[in-house]
Design a protein around this ligand. Structure first.
Ligand code: FES
Length: 174
């Protein structure tokens, strides 16, 4: 399916490209805008970006796959990232992650069958003093216990409607 950029995205792209001496330098700004709007950056969107800055799609793909914060596949309505770096790992980060997964009956890096969440590991989220931590979308949750994770999951189940599972991608990105 061809990528249909929204009007705000077109406007933003037109505005941001001339700010750089070289068009291609605007790639990351445009990719961020797409991910904010769509939740991920499809191959079709990457082709569109390439056309805007006049480079080859493979060069955009190299950027998308190099940086861990870009996603190539759709995610659930809530995007959960559990830190697994040292402090968090030592303080129960893996248990926190397992709890999220079991609450939603899903696997790491996959979207839950109810479409509500995608759970992934993250590297240090810069809150090691309050380990273990996790982010749900842009919100950080610290000193997590399994009970708190259960409460967070209950709140998501209560507040976030189910949605059809995200279209399955041919491959996962891990
Ligand atoms: S180790 Fe988890 S926030 Fe730093």
């Amino acid at each position: 399916m061809a990528f249909e950029p929204s009007q705000p995205l077109r406007d933003y792209t037109e505005k941001v490209i001339p700010r750089y001496p070289q068009k291609r330098s605007a790639i990351m700004m445009i990719l961020h805008a797409i991910q904010r709007e769509q939740g991920y950056i499809s191959l079709e969107a990457q082709e569109w970006v390439a056309a805007q800055v006049e480079i080859e799609p493979i060069q955009v793909r190299e950027v998308v796959t190099f940086y861990p914060f870009y996603r190539e596949h759709p995610v659930g309505k809530k995007y959960i990232r559990v830190c697994r770096t040292l402090s968090c790992a030592l303080n129960g980060g893996y248990k926190v992650c397992d709890k999220f997964l079991s609450e939603f009956g899903t696997k790491l890096n996959e979207t839950s069958p109810d479409g509500r969440v995608t759970v992934e590991f993250a590297e240090c989220l810069a809150a090691c003093g309050t380990a273990p931590v996790a982010m749900i979308d842009d919100d950080l949750y610290e000193n997590l216990t399994e009970e708190q994770v259960k409460e967070l999951c209950d709140a998501i189940k209560r507040d976030v409607p189910e949605q059809a599972p995200a279209p399955s991608a041919e491959s996962t990105h891990h």
